[in-house]
Design a protein around this ligand. Structure first.
Ligand code: DQA
Length: 150
């Protein structure tokens, strides 16, 4: 089983950007954490980060036939991108949305999540741990689906 872990704009600046909101650990630490979670869940993963909406769409499209599921933190594009929503719908792979911060407790403009409309679950406000929750949820969702389909 293989997951694509996709991170959107400015997540490459973790550690530097608003540490009071996003924590003091950097993007490499997040990648190492995600890799250890995938090992624990016994799934393969490929981790991506882009600051560009179209590139994120390309990555989601390339998940088709290459991955069994997607964990995505679309960052600011969460709240604006119908292109990312459409790409997730197009590939029709189970996807879990993750946010380091609790977007439901933040500004009004963060209250809508377009990407979330194509996701089976949203994990928010748990920092790095949210990625672990997302990976484990996606794994058990897929295991259940496979056992139901024989
Ligand atoms: C974020 C929340 C978004 O609103 C914000 O634009 C981000 C990060 C999070 O992980 O908490 O860049 O997705």
């Amino acid at each position: 089983m293989k997951f694509y872990i996709i991170n959107g704009p400015n997540l490459n600046l973790l550690g530097l950007r608003e540490p009071d909101i996003y924590g003091s650990e950097n993007y490499s630490s997040l990648c190492a954490f995600v890799e250890s979670c995938c090992k624990e869940a016994q799934v393969e993963c490929e981790i991506f980060q882009s600051n560009h909406e179209g590139e994120l769409v390309d990555i989601i499209q390339s998940a088709y036939n290459n991955a069994d599921g997607i964990v995505i933190n679309p960052a600011a594009y969460t709240h604006t991108s119908i292109a990312i929503l459409d790409a997730l719908k197009a590939v029709n792979l189970p996807a879990v949305e993750v946010h380091l911060s609790d977007i439901s407790l933040r500004e009004d403009f963060r209250q809508i999540s377009y990407a979330g409309m194509a996701c089976i679950k949203t994990v928010k406000g748990m920092g790095f741990e949210g990625y672990r929750q997302a990976i484990l949820y996606l794994k058990s969702y897929l295991v259940k689906k496979i056992s139901l389909n024989g």
